[in-house]
Design a protein around this ligand. Structure first.
Ligand code: AQP
Length: 337
């Protein structure tokens, strides 16, 4: 059924057995909120995952884990379209068209590629990793998305999407909607608990700075309690001068709905220990039911798979229409049936 709500699209990689807190606060939380007001398409981007080596059995398991975690977080297939990227072949097909429209230099400027390639060693980085931002362009344009809820690290890719959509429209006639990033300032970048100068990431140098949502709650509490702060003892939000404490306040405020000034007041005159102990408790309260719900979905893979199959069918109806238009505009001869 056609919807006149604005459309959002976003994806998450099944590259780990667990989402981390940055994924949740930076992206997934917004997905849940936006499905109420938008025509939402959310996917597990397994084709992106294979841009770095994956164990096949783990990839399959992690794809289900990712879907289960989205459902556990509140993504509701009755309110949005939830699917797995590789179930909709149009992504790879439009990806090729977009590859042919992108300059080599333009692709070389993508900082995420540079960071990820540097982490692996440039020699080991694949061409797939190099072109993954272009596949992401296709992911977004296929659904004519108006907005893309993501973390700050994805902003450059949304800009590339807009550039390529404009280029295609200019060359072949109006075809694609230009999407806007939907990035919440407060949670655009959640930082590593051990090194608040870098974003929380699953490829962080030490696991101590990374909160995995499916970790044992006591591990999570321990990580929060050993978060790096500073030598001062004042609990005040100052992202530049007090990045560690500010990161903890952001996490605390977002998970509880409290305002940062309210938290500053609550902890006035108290030490970092008090803040960390309370935040550890908040985290445990959050992850405990999240883990349980995820496990319930994982215990019933048949239901999970059939739910994803339904999502793919809905997604494909939209994607196939856009791809057909793009093929036609480019001048590809339609196959006779
Ligand atoms: N630290 C973060 N703060 C805010 N948002 C974040 N996102 C990721 N890290 C943060 C957002 O999460 C969504 C899914 O991203 P992804 O599929 O790239 O997930 P990932 O591979 O788990 O992200 P990592 O940990 O950052 O991967 P590596 O270590 O491979 O670089 C996106 O919307 C992203 O912005």
């Amino acid at each position: 059924m056609a919807s006149n709500k604005p459309r959002v699209l976003s994806g998450i990689q099944p590259t780990s057995g667990s989402f981390h807190l940055g994924n949740y606060l930076g992206a997934v939380r917004q997905w849940v909120a936006l499905q109420e007001s938008h025509d939402a398409f959310y996917m597990v981007v397994d084709l992106h995952a294979i841009t770095v080596p994956q164990d096949p059995a783990e990839l399959k398991a992690n794809t289900r884990f990712a879907a289960a975690q989205l459902l556990a977080a509140g993504v509701d297939p009755e309110r949005c379209t939830l699917f797995v990227q590789s179930h909709v072949p149009e992504h790879a097909q439009l990806g090729w068209i977009m590859n042919c429209l992108t300059g080599f230099g333009e692709a070389s400027r993508m900082t995420q590629f540079k960071d990820k390639a540097a982490k692996q060693g440039a020699e080991r980085a694949t061409v797939g990793l190099f072109t993954y931002p272009i596949l992401q362009v296709a992911d977004i344009l296929l659904y004519q998305a108006d907005q893309v809820p993501v973390g700050e690290d994805q902003r450059q890719h949304i800009e590339l999407t807009r550039d390529l959509a404009e280029r295609f429209n200019g060359r072949f006639g109006q075809t694609f909607t230009l999407p806007a990033p939907y990035i919440l300032k407060e949670t655009a970048k959640i930082y590593d608990l051990q090194d608040p100068a870098i974003k929380m990431s699953k490829s962080a140098s030490t696991p101590k700075g990374l909160i995995n949502l499916l970790d044992e709650p006591k591990t999570t509490a321990k990580k929060v309690k050993s978060a790096v702060t500073d030598t001062d003892t004042v609990i005040r939000y100052d992202a530049e001068k007090k990045p560690g404490v500010s990161n903890l306040l952001t996490i605390y405020a977002t998970l509880t709905g409290a305002g940062i000034p309210e938290l500053e007041q609550k902890y006035e005159g108290k030490g970092y220990g008090a803040l960390k102990t309370d935040l550890a408790e908040v985290m445990v309260e959050f992850v405990t039911p999240f883990r349980e719900r995820t496990q319930q979905y994982m215990d019933d893979p048949e239901t999970l798979d059939s739910l994803l199959a339904k999502g793919a069918e809905k997604a494909r109806a939209v994607a196939a229409e856009t791809l057909a238009q793009a093929y036609e505009k480019v001048g590809l001869l339609p196959a006779k049936h």
